[in-house]
Design a protein around this ligand. Structure first.
Ligand SMILES: *[C@@H]1O[C@H](CO)[C@@H](O)[C@H](O)[C@H]1NC(C)=O
Ligand SMILES: *[C@@H]1O[C@H](CO)[C@@H](O)[C@H](O)[C@H]1NC(C)=O
Ligand SMILES: *[C@@H]1O[C@H](CO)[C@@H](O)[C@H](O)[C@H]1NC(C)=O
Length: 152
């Protein structure tokens, strides 16, 4: 009896490991953006992205330049191939009283409901929003910290 239990346990453990391998491979891998020094880690749910679906993205990191101190600092999430599949998600990085300074940590939830192309990029950039720009561009087009992933 005990033997059977051990066998079942090992079988289950093996199945779990086998299951975990492809899952791990499918996790989207983020890296720094070209010409931007500061980056951060990204966790995404669901991963890979599903559309339509509520999507939660969490970033965490420490910037070396320490320039994210402006109340206009925002995290902009763009998903797309050549053009964004839907309007970017824009959310402040600072609250009314405090900016993160050198530490960047933010969780954003948005609805992804556009059709995803077979191959696309997920770009997360932090910069100071130019409030006079209708496209919500960054002041001086300057990205302060950034991470990107190419899917698949
Ligand atoms: C603002 O952000 C700071 C630092 O991230 C945090 O300690 C504080 O609780 C936040 N305040 C509010 C009102 O969210
Ligand atoms: C996606 O959601 C937005 C906002 O809720 C809505 O305006 C738009 O029509 C939706 N698009 C699709 C393709 O469902
Ligand atoms: C802000 O946006 C406006 C309108 O697009 C543009 O004329 C201006 O040069 C921008 N300012 C900066 C500092 O990027």
């Amino acid at each position: 009896m005990t033997r059977n239990f051990i066998f079942v346990f090992i079988l289950l453990a093996t199945l779990t490991i086998i299951n975990a391998i492809p899952l791990h491979k499918r996790a989207t891998s983020f890296g720094p953006c070209p010409n931007v020094q500061d980056t951060f880690t990204v966790t995404m749910s669901p991963d890979p992205l599903i559309s339509p679906h509520l999507t939660t993205i969490t970033i965490a990191g420490e910037e070396t330049s320490g320039r994210i101190i402006n109340p206009l600092a925002s995290l902009v999430i763009t998903i797309g191939d050549v053009v964004p599949v839907q309007p970017p998600s824009v959310s402040p990085v600072c609250n009314s009283t405090d900016c993160p300074g050198s530490k960047v940590a933010q969780t954003v939830t948005f609805l992804l409901n556009a059709t995803l192309p077979p191959s696309y990029q997920i770009v997360l950039s932090v910069g100071n929003i130019n409030t006079s720009s209708p496209q919500m561009e960054f002041i001086n087009d300057e990205i302060l910290a950034c991470a990107l992933a190419t899917v698949p």
